[in-house]
Every structure is written in structure tokens, then in C-alpha cells.
Design a protein around this ligand. Sequence first.
Ligand code: FAD
Ligand code: FES
Length: 252
Amino acid sequence: MKYDSQLCKLVSARALTQDVYDFVLECPPLAALARPGQFAQIRLPGHTLRRPISICGIDKAAGTLRFVFQIRGEGTAELAQFQPGSQIEILAPLGNGFPVDPAKRTLLVGGGIGVPPMLGVAAELKDKAVAVLGFRSRDAVILEKDFQGVGAKTLIATDDGTYGHHGLVTDLCRDQEFDCVMACGPAPMLKAVKALADHRGVPCFVSLEERMACGIGACLGCAVALNKEDGTQYFGHVCKDGPVFDSHRVAW
Ligand SMILES: Cc1cc2nc3c(=O)[nH]c(=O)nc-3n(C[C@H](O)[C@H](O)[C@H](O)COP(=O)(O)OP(=O)(O)OC[C@H]3O[C@@H](n4cnc5c(N)ncnc54)[C@H](O)[C@@H]3O)c2cc1C
Ligand code: FES
């Protein structure tokens, strides 16, 4: 795994909703290494632990990485205060990323703040991507135009029916044709997506979220139960062995 720590210039920062922010950082050497589904550990002044945020977009020509994050606690609230021109230190690119195959029609499923990492995958797959994105309500919908802009067939579901399909993302997934599934979002959504992929007999890769400290496999802070091929279980690291796992490896 190749990664580095670098001080990066924040080239743009904007709010997408009341509590979701969209940052673009200039970091050519890290952008050159990055793959969709990997993440960065972002350092915040005064905090010992960095915050893990997924890479949402990679522009290797411009040398930039894009991050879309939601304010959840103190760290992300402080991050949202940074203004364009300021410097942010990140450790990246971390984790394994999604095994994107541009020849495969791939169903991308994102739930809430699990949607941003799926955009990086869609950007590689273009019209081979079918993106099914779920949100609480209309005012939480993010990145729809970005998915459409890279050529992905894009479908939206909201829990309260205020935008798109009224119901779960999995309702929309059932009508789609695909050779492979990739997903990021809440655990119940990931389990339902895995069940659909199993039913269709296609591979399924899920990105897991776990509380993290070091982000590089050194602290055991992000342990996850995984299945071995012989049926026994062991503990792996979400940060180093993931965050993307073959859905059959996860001991749900
Ligand atoms: C691989 C990965 C990718 C992620 N990608 C995104 C993303 O693209 N956009 C986004 O909005 N959020 C993402 N998250 C969740 C994000 O890391 C947390 O919301 C954030 O760390 C919360 O920090 P805080 O200081 O605001 O909250 P606090 O609760 O104050 O944080 C306290 C500590 O717990 C850790 N922590 C808290 N919640 C989480 C969490 N859910 N996952 C991991 N560590 C946590 C923090 O890093 C910090 O060390 C991702 C998490 C992981 C593991
Ligand atoms: S966060 Fe330290 S081992 Fe994963």
C-alpha cells in the first residue's frame, strides 16, 4: 500500500446541504496514486486523531482530490470552517478501493453519506454504471447531477417520498440489469444489497465504516469480523484490509 502525508491547499469549499460540505484539495502526488473507494485521514489542528473521509473524486490531470463530508461531531464541524486557500494535512490514499472493471455493467448503491465514494467509481465506469442513491428526504439529496454528468444512469429514492422513489434503494435495484454490485451506506442497506446480488448470482463489494484511529493497520481500532474460506472467522482491519470487502468475506 502506497500512501503519504501531505499539506494540501484547499482549492474550493462549498456547502451542498445544511450540513454536507464539498472540498477539493490540491495534492498531485496523492491524486496520482488514488483509486475510487480509498480514503484519506484528515488532520485537524488540536486533535490527536485524524478523521477518515472517503475520496469522492480524483482528477489526476489537475492533481486534485475531492471529499464530501457531513458534520457529525466536533472534528467535522471544525473541518467545515476551513476556507479556500487554507492548508489541510492529509494522509492518503488509504485502504484498498473498489475493484472497478470498466467492462462490467455495475450497480452502484449509495445510502446517505455513503454516496460520495460511489461517485469516484461512477466516473471510471461512465455509462456502464447504474447508480441507485438513497436519502432521508429531498433536502438531503447530494451529487445527483455529478452522477448524471459522468454518464451514469441515476435513480434516487427518499425515505419520505419528497423526491424520486418513495421507499428503499433496494426497491429500485430490483428492476436493474447488472453484472456486479458495489455499495456504501448503512449496514441494513448493505445486507439487503448483498442478498439481491446473491439472488442474481453476481459479485458484490461493500465499503464498511468503522471508528478509526491510526488508519494504517497499526492500532486495532477498526476491527471487523471476517470469514475465512474454511468457514472459520478472524478479525481484520477495516482501514488496511478494506474499507472495501467482498460481501462474502464479511461475517454479517
Ligand atoms: C473509511 C471511512 C470513510 C468515511 N468516509 C466519509 C465520507 O466520505 N464522508 C463523511 O461525511 N463521513 C465519512 N466517514 C465518517 C467520518 O469519518 C466521521 O463522520 C468522522 O470521523 C466524525 O468525526 P467528528 O470529529 O465530527 O465526530 P466525533 O464523533 O466527535 O469523533 C470522535 C472520534 O471518532 C471517530 N469517528 C466518529 N465517527 C466515526 C465514523 N463514523 N467512522 C470512523 N470514525 C469515526 C472520529 O474520527 C474521531 O476520532 C468515513 C468513515 C470511514 C471509516
Ligand atoms: S484504525 Fe488503526 S488499525 Fe485500523
